[in-house]
Design a binder for this molecule. Structure first.
Ligand code: ADP
Length: 279
């Protein structure tokens, strides 16, 4: 509690002393809550009754064998599944207490609040500068070109790319190495100051060195952002996340502190998966 960030959503701040024995996690309101989320693609029932609370400014890892619904779940959180005609969802998902499937929600604004980084780095065919400036321009976040320069600088700085690209901001983003491209995509995502960043296997196309750099970056970014990451690498989940949800056949089999899930899983299937008995 004493170390809780000033801007965290702490319940009962005035009861701080009395509540010193209560674990910090229990005092932090979830930023995202999902209740009884079911997703269907036509007749395929891809997600079944997903209840999950995501803590702010933490990294939550989603693990599980291929086809168990991790990406589907991730895409529900910024309504990317809306673009798939056969896809239907029931249940509720709230962001800061607001139902993101409510009719009054502007999906473009929602995706600015909940950014996404994909498996394969996908910079726009534009300069490094314009990749990062793209979001702030369309959302009108910069009042002047100096403001825009500052957003681009801060975003590249936070994504650890500034020193590598500062002398070639006008060269194409696509000319960077794979790891640099992924950090450029992260810079593009954070340039519009989202609350949540969804990452769908962000390192699976990267070499081990670029992976280590991106993992370090994820650890730094959680000071400002809530991160939900799908990963096939158990080691990565253990290194970067505080909480882990294990998905299996469209359901969450187990959710809890990453250290507990990996050292003392309560469910047999989790244990089988993390020890490599299936996957
Ligand atoms: P994971 O990310 O864990 O590999 P997915 O969310 O991609 O799992 O897939 C969950 C289930 O939904 C699978 O049975 C998959 O075949 C199905 N699915 C995923 N995307 C689509 C889609 N666009 N159309 C039809 N079925 C899909």
């Amino acid at each position: 509690m004493k170390n809780a960030g000033k801007d965290m959503n702490i319940i009962n701040v005035f009861e701080e002393d009395r509540m010193d024995n209560v674990p910090e996690e229990e005092l932090v309101k979830p930023i995202i809550q999902t209740k009884d989320v079911n997703v269907y693609y036509g007749d395929t029932h891809a997600l079944m009754g997903i209840d999950l609370d995501i803590s702010p400014k933490r990294v939550t890892a989603l693990i599980g064998p291929s086809g168990c619904g991790k990406s589907t779940f991730l895409r529900c959180i910024n309504r990317m599944n809306d673009t798939i005609p056969t896809c239907r969802m029931t249940g509720t998902i709230t962001l800061d207490g607001e139902n993101i499937y409510d009719k009054k929600i502007d999906v473009v604004q929602l995706r600015a609040r909940v950014g996404m980084v994909f498996q394969k780095p996908n910079p726009f065919p534009k300069s490094i500068y314009d990749n990062v400036a793209y979001g702030p321009r369309i959302h009108g976040l910069a009042a002047s070109s100096t403001d825009l320069d500052e957003i681009v600088f801060n975003s590249l700085q936070r994504s650890g790319l500034w020193n590598e690209v500062k002398d070639r901001l006008d060269t194409p983003g696509t000319a960077l190495s794979g790891g640099q491209q992924q950090r450029l995509c992260i810079a593009r995502t954070i340039a519009i100051n989202p609350e949540v960043i969804l990452m769908d296997e962000p390192c699976s196309a990267l070499d081990p060195i670029a992976t280590a750099i991106v993992e370090e970056l994820i650890t730094e970014l959680k000071e400002r952002f809530t991160i939900i990451i799908v990963t096939h690498s158990m080691q990565q989940a253990a290194r970067v996340s505080e909480q882990t949800a294990f998905f299996h056949l469209g359901k969450i089999m187990e959710f809890g502190d990453t250290s507990e899930i990996f050292t003392n899983p309560k469910v047999g299937k989790t244990k089988d998966y993390i020890t490599g008995r299936f996957g």
